[in-house]
Design a binder for this molecule. Structure first.
Ligand code: PBG
Length: 323
């Protein structure tokens, strides 16, 4: 076995998977106002950015060759309500951001998050009843409307991350009715109720709203894999163009099974907690950040992911360029 490992040229020739900047998607946090950028403390190197500085970051990403960005808003707490209706405001933060990026970067892929948690005062991804249970069908109606607001603004891919049943079909039908025949749906098909989302919830301010509540009545049990195949099969049947597995590193088996079983494009979300762990260990001098990031990203590719949403995207892109 060691003959093909003995020289770099041979290792290059027998390598089974590759990682390119074209496999990377940069998630970004956007906040309203001017000059109000703040650091996300639990995600060193990641900032909540206002539109002007966001445009600069996206410019850097585009220059490095990153094909797409995914937007996540931090909504002013005054705008949060029980039903999350600010998500439907055509002049809201997300549609304004999409429209601006569309204009500045006509070739860039723009992905938006279809979910209510940034907009609800209780931090859940949907409308709740008196007991705090997330109501499926009422939420789905709102999500379909939210997807149209994003498509109207110029989003290329709408990505429902809510885990309601039937939302992909509702969104696809609504998009078709409005003539958005080429707007893609990236379905967070297998999204687990994970503790690795902690830093993200700090970033978008949903941790505070959520309090002690959790999302286990709609996000998946980390112990289940067959159920993920069931979920993914349904989302594909309902019209998903691409399916997402989330989180990433602890769920590589799900990515691999999904790819083998369905043969559709599978994306992976290398989530906030995974980012925070690498950053923290690297800062302490305990691991080599660059090597660990590139190793994790190629692992997603080996498992079968077409693309990876990762907060490391800008760093990884420049490391790949310099390699
Ligand atoms: C919620 C949403 C979450 C993430 C993306 N969209 C968190 C949650 O379900 O509470 C997490 C992403 C990350 O941790 O990086 N719609």
């Amino acid at each position: 076995m060691r003959r093909t490992r003995a020289r770099a040229f041979a290792r290059d020739l027998v390598r089974e998977s590759n990682l390119s900047v074209k496999n990377l998607i940069l998630p970004l946090f956007v906040v309203d106002g001017k000059g109000r950028d703040t650091d996300v403390e639990s995600m060193p190197g990641v900032r909540r950015q206002t539109l002007e500085s966001l445009v600069k970051t996206v410019g850097k990403a585009a220059e490095l060759g990153i094909p797409a960005v995914a937007l996540f808003p931090l909504i002013d707490s005054k705008l949060k309500t029980g039903d999350g209706r600010a998500a439907l405001d055509a002049k809201g933060l997300v549609p304004r951001t999409v429209a601006r990026l569309r204009k500045e970067f006509p070739e860039l892929g723009i992905i938006t998050d279809v979910a209510l948690d940034p907009y609800t005062d209780h931090g859940q991804d949907g409308v709740i009843d008196r007991d705090g249970y997330v109501l499926n069908d009422r939420t789905v109606e709102t999500l379909a409307h939210q997807a149209i607001v994003h498509a109207d603004a110029g989003a290329d891919i709408v990505a429902p991350s809510d885990m309601m049943d039937g939302r992909v079909r509702a969104i696809r039908e609504t998009l078709e009715e409005r003539g958005y025949v080429n707007t893609m749906i990236l379905a967070y098909a297998a999204k687990y109720a994970s503790a690795f989302y902690g830093p993200f919830r700090d970033a978008v301010g949903s941790a505070k709203s959520l309090g002690k509540a959790d999302k286990r009545t709609y996000q998946m049990d980390p112990a289940n894999a067959d159920e993920a195949m069931h979920e993914i099969g349904l989302d594909i049947a309902e019209g998903a163009d691409i399916v997402m597995v989330k989180p990433g590193l602890a769920y590589l088996d799900i990515i691999m099974r999904a790819k083998q079983k369905f043969g559709v494009p599978v994306f992976a979300y290398n989530v906030s907690g995974e980012y925070a762990m690498i950053k923290a260990a690297a800062r302490a001098g305990w691991i080599d950040e660059r090597a660990c990031v590139l190793e994790s990203l190629v692992a997603f590719r080996r498992a079968g992911a077409s693309a990876v949403l990762t907060y490391h995207a800008l760093d990884a892109a420049s490391w790949l360029r310099d390699a």
